[in-house]
Design a protein around this ligand. Structure first.
Ligand SMILES: *[C@@H]1O[C@H](CO)[C@@H](O)[C@H](O)[C@H]1NC(C)=O
Ligand SMILES: *[C@@H]1O[C@H](CO)[C@@H](O)[C@H](O)[C@H]1NC(C)=O
Ligand SMILES: *[C@@H]1O[C@H](CO)[C@@H](O)[C@H](O)[C@H]1NC(C)=O
Ligand SMILES: *[C@@H]1O[C@H](CO)[C@@H](O)[C@H](O)[C@H]1NC(C)=O
Length: 355
């Protein structure tokens, strides 16, 4: 099995798998290809677990009372944040420990990426080996929708439309720090004009489906958040204080990711900006025809989706854009790891690409 996957990842350059079965647009995806597992959530109100080796849905996760907007999978530990205001933790190890028996058919499916997408392994409801799994723990302090989460092995930070972010201890499920975005920005020594900005954006926020905390990521004590006012804030998780604000976007932040040197942010203002964290300045700006919905980057490229069916791959060395075409409706969400990209669209399909 490993040998097949390896062969596969090494030799085929683009699109190779479609996961079909959801009955509504895809909201978020994450995967672990060493375990051959992908998880997706959708507007159809389901969370599905997929067996990537066979391209089939291997189960559903039940326990949330509303849509799941964000999720993270690490070594078969899944965290899901929902419109029901809770975050739930799931143990998916049952999906890797009991793989469906491999048939010759499914092998030939997965090793024939030249087939057209329409003949890729499809999911029909009658083919679901309906394993239903329940959560192992719940994190219950947010007052409104949980819109974004990030976790390491011991802690998690969540952002919500209740206008707070919370730091959690994963073991005890206790909230150990609450960061009130408005309070912090008024009390930080950064510019007080941020108060004005929030009033200005309030109307937008309540009238649209845009999230208050659109994106966040943390590393040790450093937390970066992107909010509806277009601001990126750097927080110190030891104090819960903002120590830096990066202005510059003219619309809600919808995506962000950072490494040692750069922070890359995507916004409803139709741009992706690359910030140099050493200087706090923008080193590159990419413009799109629609609001940016998702992005991921590494040293070589920035992969982003805006309100289009194509996924944009930007080469950070040559400054060239390449398009990945295949979705038939706009792409909502992207996840990129180890040269494998998973994308989910309004077309209800999750696609896997080697990039
Ligand atoms: C606050 O922002 C205004 C305009 O955005 C700027 O003119 C002013 O210098 C800033 N003040 C500080 C203390 O950064
Ligand atoms: C996204 O695209 C659709 C269809 O192309 C269009 O109707 C819609 O107005 C766009 N939304 C935004 C926010 O640009
Ligand atoms: C970017 O483009 C350069 C020059 O064309 C090429 O050598 C490099 O492999 C590309 N990088 C990626 C990550 O595709
Ligand atoms: C990516 O691959 C490396 C080495 O092949 C492995 O150590 C790492 O765990 C992988 N990362 C993920 C997220 O799968």
């Amino acid at each position: 099995m490993q040998a097949h996957s390896l062969f596969f990842f090494c030799f085929f350059f683009v699109f190779y798998q479609s996961l079909r079965g959801h009955e509504g647009g895809i909201l978020c995806v994450d995967f672990d290809h060493s375990k051959g597992t992908l998880v997706s959530s959708s507007l159809d109100d389901t969370i599905r677990v997929w067996d990537l080796r066979h391209g089939l849905c291997s189960g559903q996760l039940e326990g949330h009372a509303n849509l799941v907007r964000c999720l993270q999978l690490d070594d078969m530990r899944l965290l899901t944040g929902s419109d029901d205001g809770t975050i739930k933790q799931w143990d998916l190890s049952c999906f890797s420990s009991a793989p469906t028996p491999a048939t010759t058919d499914s092998f030939s499916d997965i090793s024939s990426p030249q087939r057209s997408p329409s003949t890729s392994p499809d999911l029909n409801d009658d083919t679901v080996s309906s394993r239903t799994v329940s959560y192992v723990s719940s994190f219950d302090d947010h007052q409104r929708e949980v819109t974004t989460i990030d976790a390491d092995s011991t802690n998690m930070v969540s952002g919500s439309n209740d206008k707070t972010m919370k730091l959690w201890d994963l073991e005890t499920q206790k909230c150990v720090l609450t960061m009130d975005v408005m309070w912090a920005s008024q009390n930080s020594n950064s510019n007080s004009s941020s108060t004005w900005s929030f009033d200005n954006f309030k109307m937008n926020f309540f009238e649209s489906s845009i999230d208050y905390v659109g994106a966040l990521q943390f590393w040790n004590f450093a937390l970066a958040s992107g909010t509806v006012d277009g601001k990126l804030r750097m927080w110190d998780l030891r104090t819960g204080q903002v120590h830096r604000t990066l202005p510059g976007h003219n619309g809600a932040i919808t995506a962000l990711q950072f490494d040692d040197i750069h922070l890359v942010s995507g916004s409803a203002d139709k741009t992706v900006r690359v910030w140099d964290l050493r200087t706090g300045s923008v080193s590159d700006t990419l413009s799109f025809s629609g609001p940016v919905s998702s992005l991921q980057f590494n040293a070589g490229k920035i992969i982003s989706s805006s309100n289009t069916t194509d996924i944009d791959v930007y080469n950070r060395t040559s400054f060239q854009h390449t398009k990945l075409s295949g979705h038939t409706e706009p792409v909502n969400t992207l996840q990129y790891k180890n040269n494998t990209l998973a994308s989910g669209g309004k077309d209800k399909i999750v696609k896997i690409w080697a990039v």
